[in-house]
Write a protein that binds this ligand. Structure first.
Ligand SMILES: Nc1ncnc2c1ncn2[C@@H]1O[C@H](COP(=O)(O)OP(=O)(O)OP(=O)(O)O)[C@@H](O)[C@H]1O
Ligand SMILES: [Mg+2]
Length: 277
């Protein structure tokens, strides 16, 4: 076991960028973000004092205990909810502007496909809703289905597909308006391990090919380490940055990298930090 000889990766200190202005080169920039939810009986501070820069083209994975605000962070970046305080920039603009420009793609845990539409028709849906307002993507819906490994299954209906295939369709659908930023909230959480492994490898390929800035939420230490260039670790109550851990693994990764000493040590480190979140 390597954990005993563990050298922790040099991590960024939480809150160190609190007073700095947003990084103009960052794809996603958060400064002192707070999100508070109000219900009938009480209020919950889901995120407090969160500052973060995600570089253009970076793959950042998010790891943290249940309820620490991972989904909330994705939702404020995507303009699905508004922050109570703080500043968020997506490609230099407010999240609402980025959303309206269709710069953001979102993939949820549940593929949420329309059951009466085929794979191809589901991928085409955002373009139909935008009715010409969306820019022509670099890839057509057919090409995107091929990119996610579904060539030949364009006419399959959701009930004819496996969970992994449905998530592939959801990814293709998120990419159809040619977003620069891809937000993924535990997209493979409900899949079996082998399917998840395969999709992890394929996602890295797609990310590279399309040069996407990607924020990926997961509960899996191994998934976070395999996919990410950095791992953002959030602590709970209220949700805040515990640590940002760099992933010093080669960029060309296949799944067998998980057997290397570097990977095992990184995973052990992430586990130790997670226990303090
Ligand atoms: N719409 C809402 N109304 C009230 N409280 C909310 C709402 N959405 C989230 N919360 C609360 O905010 C906190 C953070 O929730 P969030 O869903 O972001 O956590 P999470 O890290 O994604 O958790 P999980 O890993 O279980 O998905 C939790 O305490 C949750 O109960
Ligand atoms: Mg969540």
């Amino acid at each position: 076991m390597h954990a005993a000889t563990l050298n922790p990766p040099r991590a960024e200190q939480p809150g160190s960028s609190l007073v700095e202005p947003p990084d103009a080169d960052a794809s996603i920039s958060c400064r002192n973000v707070k999100v508070r939810f109000f219900t009938d009986r009480r209020s919950v501070t889901a995120i407090e004092g969160l500052s973060l820069d995600v570089a253009a083209g970076e793959f950042l994975t998010l790891l943290g205990p249940s309820g620490c605000g991972k989904s909330t962070l994705l939702r404020v970046v995507a303009d699905l909810i508004k922050p109570s305080r703080g500043d968020i920039r997506v490609l230099g603009a407010a999240p609402q502007v980025a959303r309206e420009r269709r710069d953001i793609g979102f993939v949820f845990q549940d593929a949420a496909l329309l059951p009466w539409r085929t794979a191809l028709q589901n991928v085409q849906l955002p373009l139909e809703i935008a009715r010409g307002k969306a820019r022509a993507g670099r890839a057509t819906p057919r090409e995107l289905l091929e990119l996610v490994g579904l060539k030949g299954r364009e006419d399959a209906y959701p009930h004819e597909m496996s969970g992994g295939m449905r998530q592939r369709v959801a990814i293709a659908r998120a990419l159809v308006s040619d977003p620069k930023v891809l937000l993924m909230d535990e997209p493979f959480g409900a899949l079996d391990e082998i399917t998840r492994d395969r999709l992890n490898e394929e996602l890295r390929r797609v990310w590279k090919e399309l040069n996407l800035t990607t924020l990926f939420v997961t509960h899996s230490i191994y998934e976070a380490a395999f996919l990410g260039q950095r791992v953002l670790m959030l602590a709970a109550n209220p949700g805040r940055v515990r640590e940002i851990v760099p992933v010093n693994l080669p960029e060309d990764r296949t799944l067998d990298i998980r057997e290397t000493r570097e990977f095992v040590e990184l995973a052990a480190y992430l586990r130790r930090v997670l226990e303090t979140c």
